[in-house]
Design a protein around this ligand. Structure first.
Ligand code: MBD
Ligand code: FE
Length: 282
């Protein structure tokens, strides 16, 4: 596999995701019905037992697995590992009962409480922020086609090197994050830059597993969004870029054809794209 960037020393981006998760409310809300716990955990364990038998897993392999699991916890990489390798299946189940714009996984790098910006909005960025400028416009509507005024687009993205603010110490807090509010016609206009592909940190336990299995550690370039409006079900989604590297082999298996943007070159080095969101009643 070729890589387009130097391996980032992730120095903490995975473990900062554990702190962000603990500070969030994402870990509350599941029930504790013993029958449910038993059903899920029994099947999970049976799946592991099947692998052990099918692959004739040895004692050294079992102990190596234990060591690796300890390192994932100590390195604070459980949110990273689970969101990369498991969340897409959970999202698939959630999508069975969701109408409107396709959703996809949230991932480990969402941070609530960003600046609220009226449209047209420019995402907070450094004075010398690198990357191809992108003007991202569209409307938020309900499933009957009615525009949703004052809907919120909570947007976050990596920079032109694939790093997220809040998880990379060299970036200012809130960089390339913002909560953009639609106007009276449900329209939004967001000025930003095109992100780079994201590489799972190669220096942590998740990256070491990826290397050990000879997989690649890349996600295609993407914008993250939570799109919400009062009385409507929030959509968690991501938008990708046509022709982008890793689009067909996302390590997190979270792409969908409906979520691929095709920005038009404006002839002056900038790009622009329109994309509409549809929210169902809550
Ligand atoms: C990301 O940027 C991401 O979006 C996901 C889902 C997992 C790891 C890093
Ligand atoms: Fe991401």
């Amino acid at each position: 596999m070729t890589t387009t960037q130097e391996s980032p020393t992730a120095a903490g981006s995975g473990s900062s995701a554990t702190e962000a998760f603990r500070a969030s409310t994402l870990h509350s809300g599941a029930g504790t019905d013993p029958a449910r716990v038993s059903a899920i955990v029994s099947k999970l364990l049976a799946g592991i037992h099947d692998v052990v038998r099918d692959e004739s897993v040895t004692y050294p392999e079992f102990q190596a697995a234990k060591q690796w699991l300890i390192e994932v916890g100590e390195g604070g990489e459980w949110p990273l590992f689970l969101d990369v390798f498991v969340e897409h299946a959970v999202e698939e189940v959630a999508a069975r009962t969701q109408d409107g714009t396709k959703g996809t996984i949230l991932g480990p790098y969402y941070l609530p409480g960003q600046a609220r910006l009226a449209t047209p909005a420019t995402l907070p960025q450094r004075p010398d922020e690198k990357g191809v400028p992108l003007v991202f416009t569209g409307h938020v509507r309900d499933t009957d086609g009615r525009p949703l005024a004052h809907a919120e687009l909570d947007v976050w993205q990596a920079d032109e090197q694939g790093y997220y603010s809040g998880f990379a110490p060299h970036l200012p807090d809130g960089n390339l994050r913002g909560l953009v509010v639609t106007d009276a016609e449900g329209r939004f206009e967001i000025h930003t830059i095109q992100p780079a592909p994201y590489q799972v940190p190669t220096d942590g336990p998740t990256g070491k597993l990826i290397t050990a299995a000879d997989w690649h550690p890349w996600r295609p370039a993407h914008l993250h969004l939570l799109v919400s409006a009062p009385g409507h079900r929030t959509i968690t989604t991501q938008l990708y870029f046509k022709g982008g590297q890793w689009l067909d082999s996302d390590v997190a298996d979270a792409t969908k054809p409906e979520l691929v943007l095709n920005p038009a070159d404006q002839g002056d080095g900038t790009t622009a794209v329109d994309y509409d969101f549809v929210l169902e009643p809550a």
